[in-house]
Design a protein. Structure first.
Length: 188
Protein backbone atom coordinates (compact mmCIF):
# COMPACT_ATOMS: atom_id res chain seq x y z
CA UNK A 1 0.00 0.00 0.00
CA UNK A 2 1.51 3.40 -0.96
CA UNK A 3 2.42 5.84 1.80
CA UNK A 4 -0.25 8.39 2.65
CA UNK A 5 0.18 11.96 1.55
CA UNK A 6 0.53 14.77 4.08
CA UNK A 7 -2.69 15.18 6.03
CA UNK A 8 -4.10 11.89 4.77
CA UNK A 9 -4.70 9.14 7.29
CA UNK A 10 -3.57 5.71 6.34
CA UNK A 11 -5.72 2.69 7.01
CA UNK A 12 -4.37 -0.70 7.77
CA UNK A 13 -5.86 -4.12 7.82
CA UNK A 14 -7.50 -5.97 10.70
CA UNK A 15 -10.12 -3.29 11.16
CA UNK A 16 -7.82 -0.53 12.46
CA UNK A 17 -6.39 2.62 10.93
CA UNK A 18 -2.68 3.33 11.40
CA UNK A 19 -3.36 5.39 14.53
CA UNK A 20 -4.82 2.21 16.03
CA UNK A 21 -8.45 3.37 16.14
CA UNK A 22 -10.97 0.64 15.34
CA UNK A 23 -12.80 1.01 12.04
CA UNK A 24 -15.62 -1.28 13.13
CA UNK A 25 -14.84 -3.96 10.55
CA UNK A 26 -12.29 -6.68 10.10
CA UNK A 27 -11.33 -6.07 6.48
CA UNK A 28 -8.37 -5.14 4.35
CA UNK A 29 -8.18 -1.86 2.44
CA UNK A 30 -9.16 -3.68 -0.77
CA UNK A 31 -12.12 -5.35 0.91
CA UNK A 32 -13.25 -1.98 2.30
CA UNK A 33 -13.01 -0.36 -1.13
CA UNK A 34 -14.96 -3.25 -2.70
CA UNK A 35 -17.65 -2.94 0.00
CA UNK A 36 -17.82 0.86 -0.36
CA UNK A 37 -18.16 0.59 -4.14
CA UNK A 38 -20.83 -2.11 -3.84
CA UNK A 39 -22.83 -0.02 -1.36
CA UNK A 40 -22.56 3.03 -3.60
CA UNK A 41 -23.77 1.07 -6.62
CA UNK A 42 -26.74 -0.27 -4.64
CA UNK A 43 -27.67 3.28 -3.62
CA UNK A 44 -27.46 4.44 -7.23
CA UNK A 45 -29.77 1.59 -8.22
CA UNK A 46 -32.39 3.19 -5.96
CA UNK A 47 -31.94 6.76 -7.27
CA UNK A 48 -31.56 6.14 -10.99
CA UNK A 49 -35.03 4.74 -11.75
CA UNK A 50 -36.58 7.86 -10.20
CA UNK A 51 -34.42 10.08 -12.38
CA UNK A 52 -35.23 8.03 -15.46
CA UNK A 53 -39.00 8.15 -14.85
CA UNK A 54 -38.94 11.90 -14.21
CA UNK A 55 -36.77 12.51 -17.27
CA UNK A 56 -38.99 10.37 -19.52
CA UNK A 57 -42.08 12.17 -18.27
CA UNK A 58 -40.49 15.56 -18.88
CA UNK A 59 -39.40 14.61 -22.39
CA UNK A 60 -42.98 13.67 -23.27
CA UNK A 61 -44.67 16.77 -21.81
CA UNK A 62 -44.00 19.22 -24.68
CA UNK A 63 -45.75 16.87 -27.09
CA UNK A 64 -48.99 17.00 -25.13
CA UNK A 65 -51.88 18.86 -26.69
CA UNK A 66 -52.17 21.78 -24.22
CA UNK A 67 -48.46 22.37 -23.57
CA UNK A 68 -48.34 25.46 -25.78
CA UNK A 69 -51.07 27.13 -23.70
CA UNK A 70 -49.09 27.17 -20.43
CA UNK A 71 -47.74 30.44 -19.04
CA UNK A 72 -44.24 31.77 -19.60
CA UNK A 73 -43.43 31.01 -15.96
CA UNK A 74 -44.52 27.40 -16.44
CA UNK A 75 -42.42 27.08 -19.60
CA UNK A 76 -39.35 28.39 -17.77
CA UNK A 77 -40.05 26.15 -14.76
CA UNK A 78 -40.46 23.18 -17.10
CA UNK A 79 -37.18 23.92 -18.86
CA UNK A 80 -35.32 24.35 -15.55
CA UNK A 81 -36.78 21.05 -14.32
CA UNK A 82 -35.76 19.31 -17.54
CA UNK A 83 -32.19 20.62 -17.31
CA UNK A 84 -31.88 19.78 -13.60
CA UNK A 85 -33.13 16.25 -14.27
CA UNK A 86 -30.65 15.79 -17.13
CA UNK A 87 -27.82 17.08 -14.92
CA UNK A 88 -28.88 14.76 -12.11
CA UNK A 89 -28.88 11.79 -14.50
CA UNK A 90 -25.43 12.77 -15.77
CA UNK A 91 -24.03 13.04 -12.23
CA UNK A 92 -25.59 9.79 -11.03
CA UNK A 93 -24.49 7.82 -14.10
CA UNK A 94 -20.97 9.34 -14.15
CA UNK A 95 -19.51 6.85 -11.64
CA UNK A 96 -20.21 4.04 -14.12
CA UNK A 97 -18.44 5.91 -16.91
CA UNK A 98 -15.54 6.76 -14.60
CA UNK A 99 -15.22 3.12 -13.60
CA UNK A 100 -15.31 1.86 -17.18
CA UNK A 101 -12.66 4.34 -18.34
CA UNK A 102 -10.30 3.67 -15.41
CA UNK A 103 -10.91 -0.10 -15.29
CA UNK A 104 -7.74 -2.12 -14.58
CA UNK A 105 -5.69 0.96 -13.70
CA UNK A 106 -5.81 0.27 -9.94
CA UNK A 107 -7.90 3.39 -9.32
CA UNK A 108 -10.59 1.95 -7.05
CA UNK A 109 -9.69 4.24 -4.12
CA UNK A 110 -10.02 7.30 -6.37
CA UNK A 111 -13.15 5.86 -8.00
CA UNK A 112 -14.90 5.47 -4.65
CA UNK A 113 -13.93 9.02 -3.65
CA UNK A 114 -15.03 10.61 -6.96
CA UNK A 115 -18.18 8.47 -7.27
CA UNK A 116 -19.22 9.47 -3.76
CA UNK A 117 -18.88 13.17 -4.62
CA UNK A 118 -20.72 12.76 -7.93
CA UNK A 119 -23.52 10.83 -6.21
CA UNK A 120 -23.98 13.48 -3.52
CA UNK A 121 -24.09 16.20 -6.17
CA UNK A 122 -26.50 14.12 -8.28
CA UNK A 123 -28.85 13.61 -5.34
CA UNK A 124 -28.78 17.33 -4.52
CA UNK A 125 -29.65 18.21 -8.11
CA UNK A 126 -32.32 15.49 -8.15
CA UNK A 127 -33.92 17.07 -5.05
CA UNK A 128 -34.00 20.40 -6.88
CA UNK A 129 -35.42 18.79 -10.04
CA UNK A 130 -38.17 17.02 -8.10
CA UNK A 131 -38.96 20.21 -6.20
CA UNK A 132 -39.23 22.11 -9.50
CA UNK A 133 -41.48 19.39 -10.91
CA UNK A 134 -43.80 19.73 -7.90
CA UNK A 135 -43.71 23.51 -8.26
CA UNK A 136 -44.64 23.24 -11.94
CA UNK A 137 -47.51 20.82 -11.35
CA UNK A 138 -48.81 22.86 -8.41
CA UNK A 139 -48.78 26.04 -10.46
CA UNK A 140 -50.54 24.40 -13.41
CA UNK A 141 -53.18 22.84 -11.15
CA UNK A 142 -53.92 25.78 -8.87
CA UNK A 143 -52.39 28.82 -10.55
CA UNK A 144 -52.01 30.78 -7.32
CA UNK A 145 -48.66 32.16 -6.21
CA UNK A 146 -49.33 31.42 -2.53
CA UNK A 147 -50.19 27.75 -3.09
CA UNK A 148 -47.23 27.28 -5.42
CA UNK A 149 -44.75 28.95 -3.06
CA UNK A 150 -45.98 27.15 0.08
CA UNK A 151 -45.98 23.76 -1.64
CA UNK A 152 -42.54 24.33 -3.16
CA UNK A 153 -41.03 25.43 0.15
CA UNK A 154 -42.57 22.45 1.98
CA UNK A 155 -41.31 19.96 -0.59
CA UNK A 156 -37.82 21.47 -0.63
CA UNK A 157 -37.77 21.44 3.17
CA UNK A 158 -38.64 17.74 3.22
CA UNK A 159 -35.75 16.97 0.84
CA UNK A 160 -33.29 19.12 2.78
CA UNK A 161 -34.26 17.59 6.12
CA UNK A 162 -34.34 13.95 4.96
CA UNK A 163 -31.44 14.02 2.51
CA UNK A 164 -29.07 16.49 4.21
CA UNK A 165 -29.90 17.61 7.76
CA UNK A 166 -30.53 14.18 9.32
CA UNK A 167 -27.50 12.42 7.81
CA UNK A 168 -25.19 15.39 8.43
CA UNK A 169 -26.41 15.67 12.01
CA UNK A 170 -25.51 12.01 12.52
CA UNK A 171 -22.18 12.45 10.73
CA UNK A 172 -21.19 15.43 12.90
CA UNK A 173 -22.24 13.53 16.02
CA UNK A 174 -20.03 10.61 15.02
CA UNK A 175 -17.15 12.97 14.32
CA UNK A 176 -17.57 14.74 17.67
CA UNK A 177 -17.59 11.37 19.44
CA UNK A 178 -14.26 10.55 17.83
CA UNK A 179 -15.53 7.68 15.73
CA UNK A 180 -13.26 6.96 12.75
CA UNK A 181 -13.82 8.64 9.42
CA UNK A 182 -11.82 7.27 6.55
CA UNK A 183 -10.24 10.22 4.79
CA UNK A 184 -10.36 10.61 1.00
CA UNK A 185 -7.23 10.76 -1.12
CA UNK A 186 -5.75 14.17 -1.78
CA UNK A 187 -4.44 13.48 -5.27
CA UNK A 188 -6.03 15.11 -8.28
Amino acid sequence: MPAPEDGEKAHGSAGHDREGRPSGREETEEERLDRNLGELLQELRVALPGVQVLFAFLLAVPFQQHFTSISEFDKKAYFATLLLTALSAALLIAPSAYHRLTFRYQQKHRLVFVANRLSIAGLAVLALAMTCAIMLVTNVLFGTVATTVVTTVLVLTVFVVLWAVLPLKRRFRYRDEGLPLLDPPRDG
